[in-house]
Design a protein around this ligand. Structure first.
Ligand code: AMP
Length: 507
């Protein structure tokens, strides 16, 4: 069982179809992509001496060669270690050392970072720059057949985004990622041949994972020329590309909706926006649905069970204007078909519907464990159940509402306050753009509620406080408001609450 067979199959069945394009310019057909991956795999094996199970790190911006490199790794039985290209070289060095990568393939714009990152490493991985002279040479060589890998062999080391603590490498096997493809086709969307998957989000993360179901369905990988997320470019691509889907963090969806071009954009070619990776607030999904119609699917997942915990499918977004849809639209949907999801108490006992506790997941997509970290693996995987670190609540129909990560829950005067609930209320105000709520140590109460608000000018604390008084218990109201220009986010668009906790207001 080897993921590279998905590409080998596409090369045979849909060989003449465009597999990858840069903007609208075709880069490779499926036959060419499969041949190139087979050659790169052959060269990594024969010329560079890599053996199955060796790790190959990818430090690359989104680019057409990302697709080929990932598949070449699997084709040769190697383990891909996609690294967030926006990390600091010191952080890259950590991932390289932890994974024991023997080869680092960098995109030209990250060559300097690659050299800096390996500076202090011994042994250091060899560096090859994609599309450089050595790279081209490697692609001119020997073709190899797809390596025989076992279902549970590692395919992708997924380093957690590390919003707190040091990143850990979730070991995703071939089998985990095949199961993710199955869940995508069953629960999220059906890929038709030739449909485009637009990589507007980093390919080292969700967007790259989702190229697997897209290749499985003979879709086209559409890489924006900017290599990233640019609303104008997306609207321009939607004019010419047929049936486009993409994965976006909720913050990206918000930027798309607020982009000046959104109002007049023709989105008839937009098939699906799959959003997830962070909280989508009710006010924001409603605004997105108003703008683009019911073309949204929400997924909740984490690196440890890639893209696959729950799904809120398209049809449950359809009646977004109906107040009765509120509870479901505020939820992250129900368990995807490849996994079981329960909410448990501190002892891991499953709670009845309505109980708030930690979310546990079991099933075919759940990682093998953390790379080289048996202690962290033992904490995360208990009797086959993955402890997600997220808090939530299931309703009697199996719909999950996420609260917050357990470490973000605020305990004030002995009561639990879930920041998301407060954030949802503040976001109802039309002048409020973004909000993040945290707990700050307080001598009497343990913690007190503090809100960081990005808002249009003219908004007052009194108005926001009144909104809270009308909607939530008084003890949950923020005691302090900070109006800020922007919220600190990591490169995947997740708000960095750790930085907010360290925030010192200008005196
Ligand atoms: P990562 O492993 O970097 O993908 O981060 C996974 C974490 O992002 C999860 O454990 C959740 O805390 C959060 N997350 C993922 N999907 C959602 C979602 N749909 N809604 C809210 N939070 C989410």
């Amino acid at each position: 069982m080897n993921l590279a067979n998905l590409l080998a199959r596409a090369g045979r069945v849909a060989g003449a179809d465009i597999a990858v394009s840069l903007g609208e310019a075709p880069v490779a057909t499926y036959a060419e992509l499969a041949a190139n991956a087979a050659k790169l795999a052959g060269a990594m094996t024969v010329r560079l001496g890599l053996v199955p199970g060796d790790r190959v790190a990818l430090l690359m911006s989104n680019a057409p060669f990302y697709v080929e490199t990932l598949f070449a790794c699997w084709w040769a039985g190697l383990v891909a270690v996609p690294i967030n290209a926006k990390l600091h070289p010191r952080e890259v060095a950590f991932v390289l050392a932890d994974s024991g990568a023997r080869l680092l393939i960098a995109s030209p714009d990250h060559e300097n970072d690659a050299w800096q990152a390996i500076g202090g490493l011994s042994p250091a991985p060899r560096i090859i720059v994609a599309e450089g002279g050595e790279w081209r040479g490697l692609r001119g060589g020997e073709v190899m057949g797809v390596a025989a890998t076992a279902a549970r062999d590692p395919a992708w080391l997924f380093y957690t985004s590390g919003t707190t603590g040091r990143p850990k490498g979730a070991v995703l096997s071939h089998s985990n990622l095949f199961a993710m493809c199955g869940a995508y086709a069953t629960d999220v969307d059906k890929v038709e041949p030739g449909e485009a998957l637009l990589h507007a989000a980093p390919m080292s993360h969700g967007s790259g994972l989702y190229l697997l179901p897209s290749v499985a369905g003979f879709g086209r990988q559409l890489i924006p020329e900017s290599g990233g997320f640019d609303p104008d470019e997306i609207f321009a691509l939607l004019k010419t590309s047929r049936s486009v889907s993409f994965f976006a963090a909720p913050t990206m969806v918000g930027r798309l909706v607020r982009a000046p071009a959104a109002g007049s954009a023709d989105t008839s070619n937009l098939k699906t926006i799959i959003y997830g990776g962070g909280p989508m607030y009710l006010a924001d999904i409603r605004a997105a649905l108003d703008a683009f119609g019911p073309k949204f699917v929400q997924i909740y997942g984490q690196g440890e069970t890639p893209m696959t915990i729950t799904v809120l499918p398209r049809h449950l977004h359809v009646s977004w204007k109906d107040p009765a849809s509120e509870a479901r639209l505020s939820s992250v949907g129900y368990a995807q078909s490849m996994v079981e999801v329960v909410v448990g108490d501190e002892e891991g006992r499953s709670l009845p519907p309505g109980g708030i506790g930690e979310i546990f997941v079991r099933g075919a997509t759940v990682m093998e464990g953390y790379w080289n970290d048996p202690a962290a693996t033992a904490r995360a995987l208990r009797d086959g159940w993955l402890a997600t670190g997220d808090m939530g609540e299931l309703d009697p129909h199996g719909f999950l509402t996420l609260r917050d990560r357990s470490k973000d829950v605020i305990i004030s005067g002995g009561s639990n306050i879930y920041p998301r609930e407060v954030e949802e209320v503040l976001l109802r105000h039309p002048q409020v753009r973004e909000v993040s709520v945290i707990g700050r140590l307080h001598p009497d109460w343990g913690e007190e509620v503090v809100a960081f608000v990005v808002a249009e000018p003219g908004i007052s604390i009194e108005t926001l406080d009144q909104l809270c008084v009308e909607n939530i218990a008084r003890f949950k109201r923020p005691k302090t408001y900070h109006f800020v220009e922007a919220l600190p986010k990591n490169s995947y668009g997740k708000v960095l609450k750790t930085e907010l906790r360290e925030f010192k207001p200008p005196s």
